[in-house]
Design a binder for this molecule. Structure first.
Ligand code: SAM
Length: 217
């Protein structure tokens, strides 16, 4: 689990910005076509795969990615997030889905519950030294033959913001080295199916990375 003080400040920040986040990012129009191509690969892999079970949006925030996954033909999607206010937004827009509050490193689900797990920009507030705990728990809840997709800012280092989505909040975002993340996934029994690192667009400060992996062991 990320240290309670760190988790507490991430939760507090997202509790403050939840409504503004939902207004600023209502859908995937911010994502680039390459980002969306990786999500489509994830959806295609789940549709073609042999694993059964539901899909978890891990760090679902306001649930905007659930709408996108549904638009790609996926169903039986649930969400988990640290922030109660982000979850409240998600519940409001997806009354048919189940949501829980919880930490990505201690997911409130039984082992092998899901055939697919999406962690879309939800590991960005976790320092690299705590990422192994999250990858271990993502592996625990993913069925053999199931897939995970991670999206995150690529690089090394961190930046602490004192303002986000129009609010005064303290929020630290960490960059992750895609090679290190791939290594962690492989160690937890995943096989890397596709990996993309793209250059930043003019609206972005960093390269963006996406890793699609299949739970093989
Ligand atoms: C940048 S937002 C992304 C939300 C959503 N995936 C999206 O793409 O709109 C990051 C989300 O991850 C959640 N989060 C960050 N660290 C987390 C952790 N350790 N456990 C659970 N949720 C976490 C935050 O509360 C926030 O809702």
């Amino acid at each position: 689990m990320i240290q309670e003080s760190a988790a507490g400040s991430v939760r507090a920040a997202y509790n403050t910005v939840a409504a503004s986040y939902a207004r600023a990012l209502p859908d995937t129009s911010f994502e680039s076509s390459l980002d969306l191509a990786m999500i489509r690969q994830f959806a295609d892999a789940l549709c073609a795969g042999t694993a059964d079970g539901g899909i978890l949006d891990a760090g679902c925030g306001t649930g905007r990615m659930i709408s996108h996954l549904e638009s790609l033909g996926l169903s039986d999607i649930e969400g988990v997030d640290l922030s109660e206010a982000m979850i409240a937004q998600a519940r409001n827009s997806h009354p048919q889905c189940h949501f829980k509050t919880g930490d990505l490193a201690a997911l409130p689900y039984a082992s092998r519950s899901f055939r697919g797990v999406l962690a879309w920009y939800s590991v960005i507030h976790t320092p690299p030294e705590h990422l192994p705990d999250i990858v271990t728990d993502l592996a625990r809840v993913t069925r053999h033959g199931g897939h995970v997709l991670l999206g995150f800012q690529a690089g090394i280092g961190q930046r602490t913001m004192d303002r986000a989505y129009g609010h005064d909040v303290v929020l630290t975002a960490w960059l992750h080295d895609p090679a290190d993340v791939a290594k962690l996934l492989t160690r937890q029994g995943f096989t890397i199916a596709a990996q993309l690192t793209r250059e930043p667009r003019s609206v972005e400060a960093h390269a963006q990375a996406f890793i699609l992996a299949r739970r093989s062991g």
